[in-house]
Design a protein around this ligand. Structure first.
Ligand code: ZN
Length: 239
């Protein structure tokens, strides 16, 4: 009996190993089958879907950028016919458009101005004029005159994203115009380049030390320093 038992066990083992080999082959076969029939199409579908996602994201980005901002072309120049120039003014308004009935001066040039920025009260000279175009969204800021870009800086302090242009007057006087707080990523001119009158510099924004979207515009005489800033009001609005 004991010998028979062993024989049965031996046979069983052999049968089992053969059987299990078959099962292994079946499992491998089924696994390959499942991969071909189920997993492969699923993976393929997923990759197709993920491509669709990327495409729709791109579309979303395109959509949102076109709805929230104007498309800017580098070296875009706004015609002087479109830029508002007040009677008696030296310069046109530094925007692609200016609606006298809607667009406003929110803060004038002042040797001492007290404002609150982020809950902090500041008293200091306001060396420029704050202009807000509300008649259109995301207005383009334009150089009031041809000149050379001497500063083109992205930042989150002070003037934020700002540009300074050097000009030479007919009397051969060097002066500077400064355009501050432009929208993040909107600066369109590089330092050292020449710009034309009306050339788009960026988009009105609120970067740096700013309480809301506006353009801080400065005129600096002889030297590019805030201590040389003069009141731009009459230059823009006439006497
Ligand atoms: Zn200002």
């Amino acid at each position: 009996m004991a010998e028979n038992k062993n024989e049965v066990l031996e046979m069983g083992k052999t049968a089992f190993s053969l059987f299990s080999l078959k099962i292994k082959m079946i499992i491998v076969g089924v696994a390959i089958g499942i991969f071909i029939v189920v997993i492969f199409p699923v993976v393929a579908l997923m990759s197709v879907f993920s491509n669709d996602d990327t495409q729709s994201d791109d579309k979303k980005q395109e959509g949102s950028s076109s709805s929230t901002s104007t498309t800017i072309t580098v070296n875009e120049v706004i015609s002087s016919d479109n830029m508002k120039k007040y009677e008696g003014a030296v310069f046109p308004m530094p925007f692609e458009t200016w609606d006298s009935n809607k667009d406003v001066v929110t803060s004038k040039f002042s040797p001492s101005r007290t404002i609150t920025v982020n809950g902090v009260v500041q008293t200091r000279a306001h060396t420029g004029i704050d202009l807000v175009v509300i008649s259109i969204s995301n207005p383009k800021i334009c150089s009031v005159l041809s000149g050379k870009v001497v500063v083109s800086k992205a930042g989150n302090t002070g003037y934020g994203n700002y540009v300074v242009i050097e000009h030479t007057s007919a009397e051969n006087i060097t002066f500077y115009t400064l355009y501050g707080h432009m929208k993040e990523g909107s600066i369109m001119v590089a330092e050292g380049t020449e710009v034309q009158a009306g050339q788009v510099l960026g988009i009105m924004g609120s970067t740096g030390n700013s309480t809301g979207a506006h353009l801080h515009f400065e005129i600096r005489m002889n030297k590019n320093s805030s201590s040389n800033a003069v009141d731009p009001y009459n230059y823009l609005f006439g006497n």
